[in-house]
Each structure stands twice: as C-alpha cells, then as structure tokens.
Design a protein around this ligand. Sequence first.
Ligand code: SF4
Ligand code: SF4
Length: 95
Amino acid sequence: MHDFKTLSVSESMSLLITDECINCDVCEPECPNEAITQGDEIYEINADLCTQCVGHYDEPQCQQVCPVDCILIDPNNPETETQLKAKYEKITASK
Ligand code: SF4
Ligand code: SF4
C-alpha cells in the first residue's frame, strides 16, 4: 500500500458506489489508482484517489465493469477535467 495521507484534495468528490452494490469484487482490481476498497457493507471509493480514470483511461473503468451499474458520479460535486488532471498528477507524484 502507498501512503496517501499527504493528499489534501478531499473537498472534491468523484464517483460513488450506491447501496445497490452486490460486493462482486470486479471493480476493485480495475482501478488504476487503488481508489476502491471493501467497506463495512459495500465497496467504497476514496474520493481523494478517484480521478474518474483521467490520466489512465478515457472512461471510468469501474463503471465499465460493474454488473449492476451502481457506480455514479455525484451530481452535487462535479469535478472539472482540470481538477481531475491535477489530482492525477498529485497521486502519481506521490508514488
Ligand atoms: S473512476 Fe477510475 S479512478 Fe475512479 S474509482 Fe473508478 S476505476 Fe478508480
Ligand atoms: S463492480 Fe459494482 S457491484 Fe461489484 S463490487 Fe464494484 S460497485 Fe459493487
């Protein structure tokens, strides 16, 4: 595991997993930023690490593979491409 404690971008949101998640495990290994982990009840996305796959892929990989389409962009907290790219650069710089 990498130590991401130095990141300070938690004011921005990313994708979120709804309670329709069936804990099928397929999204976790697809995430290039290791942003997806098993939570207490369902899988969770760490907003500090999710770039909506900007910097890695054209489409969010977790959304592509989720069999129940329970991974959504939080409509109340959209991030711009510029913000996502900045987050990507911060994450990769810390690796
Ligand atoms: S959109 Fe990409 S970076 Fe964000 S959680 Fe899904 S796979 Fe990971
Ligand atoms: S792919 Fe979808 S249903 Fe499966 S663990 Fe991830 S969020 Fe949950």
